[in-house]
Design a protein around this ligand. Structure first.
Ligand code: ZN
Ligand code: ZN
Length: 408
């Protein structure tokens, strides 16, 4: 992997991803294996004029050891000072960059119950901090770098060096780093997404009708729903793009307004466990039946997290010909695979997808039909055979996606 591309990737993450401003603090969350990239990001951040760069390091082997050997009491415990620190930096207007080197198999041997206990405790403790992120009060971005294990999953027959190099090439391709001017290329891409948003928000469809092999689903959209995509403005009015890559436009369903059956089209990676070839059957928004060829127990655990885990929180549209899809690999990583495909999410909805949603309480959101949950998990349902129609206020059906491609 060439140093020059790595520098361009760091620049993209800062200038397009979180759109770092002069004198703004930057908080990086990263695994120690990503140190070379973190250094590159810090260098560019200080060139832009970052107030400071604070890095929260993690080590996946240490995480695994903790999950495996710590007592249940310890797994449930969260250090207050850490939570307060994150909240304080958010209040200071910091931007938050998560650098992720996914390792799909890391926790395969660990009891999912123990992982779930630890994740639940952490999610609970970080609720206030997460609300800063979910309501876009602060800028944030998730940026991926290869891990050896992740790269091996994509390229089992190559040498370890070639595996990582090949995955870097995939990442550079889907994030448009190979373009002469990646930042400019992203400006064009964002404009395309804006056009789709304008059409969808103008139409204000009341229902979406999905048809594909194994899928026959009707999703009601709330009256005040808003389609979002590409990026958004934080409280200071700074436009940022939280996911690199991003190809989707998304909104939220009515919590109690989903009916029919939907089949997954790509495997779902849950804390290192794969769930594959699964179906979900909905009645009045609730999952009443589910099947899975692989990972049934893991899916069951996920759905048992809380009441909201049995409902949908996101509806996302992605054309089948997206650059991620064109790579023709399964990334075994939702951040990438979700951009290859139309998807839905189990669990919490983004309050910003409904008018004035950011200022509503949990109870007010529920009353408007917005799902809340401690989880938000995307799963892929798109294919070249997926057709989606929108139903207008007066009951007319209009094509939105035909054979997996935009019809608007
Ligand atoms: Zn999504
Ligand atoms: Zn999502």
């Amino acid at each position: 992997m060439e140093q020059e591309k790595l520098a361009k990737y760091a620049e993209l993450a800062l200038k397009v991803g979180i759109n770092l401003q002069e004198n703004q603090p930057l908080v990086i969350n990263a695994p120690i294996s990503a140190a070379p990239f973190v250094r590159e990001v810090a260098k560019v951040a200080y060139q832009i004029g970052a107030k400071y760069v604070h890095t929260e390091w993690n080590d996946e082997q240490l995480t695994k050891i903790t999950y495996e050997t710590a007592s249940i009491e310890t797994l449930k415990g969260v250090r207050e000072w850490r939570v307060k620190g994150l909240e304080e930096m958010a209040e200071e207007g910091a931007a938050f960059m998560s650098i992720v080197a996914s390792n799909p198999d890391l926790l395969k041997e660990v009891d999912p119950e123990r992982v779930s206990i630890a994740n639940k405790a952490l999610a609970q403790a970080l609720q206030t901090y997460r609300s800063y992120i979910q309501t876009a009060k602060v800028s944030w971005a998730v940026v991926s770098v290869p891990s050896q294990e992740w790269a091996a999953k994509l390229y089992p027959t190559l040498s370890p060096e070639e595996q990582v190099a090949s995955l870097w090439e995939n990442i550079f391709a889907v994030t448009r780093i190979n373009e002469a001017d990646p930042v400019a290329a992203w400006e064009v891409h964002i404009q395309t997404l804006q056009q789709k948003l304008e059409v969808l928000n103008g139409k204000n469809y009341k229902k979406l009708l999905y048809k594909a092999p194994g899928t026959e689903l009707i999703i009601d959209l709330p009256k005040d729903h808003i389609w979002l995509g590409g990026g958004m403005n934080n409280d200071q009015g700074t436009y940022f793009v939280p996911n690199l890559p991003t190809e989707e436009v998304f909104t939220l369903p009515v919590k109690t307004g989903v009916n029919g059956i939907v089949s997954s089209t790509k495997p779902l990676n849950l804390n290192g466990n794969l769930v594959d070839e699964f179906t979900l059957t909905f009645k009045d928004g609730k999952i009443v039946e589910f099947t899975a060829k692989e990972g049934y127990e893991v899916l069951k655990k996920l759905l048992e997290t809380d009441e909201g885990a049995l409902h949908l929180g996101e509806v996302a549209l992605v054309p089948h010909s997206s650059p991620v899809s064109k790579q023709e690999v399964i990334f075994y990583n939702t951040l990438f695979d979700e951009n290859a495909s139309c998807h839905l999410a189990l669990g919490s909805a983004y309050p910003i997808c409904i008018k004035d949603g950011a200022s509503l309480s949990k109870e007010q959101l529920e009353a408007k039909g917005v799902n809340t949950s401690m989880i938000h998990v995307d799963f892929m349902i798109g294919s070249a055979e997926l057709t989606i129609q929108g139903e207008t206020e007066d009951g007319k059906l209009e094509p939105i996606l035909t054979n997996g491609e935009w019809a608007i």
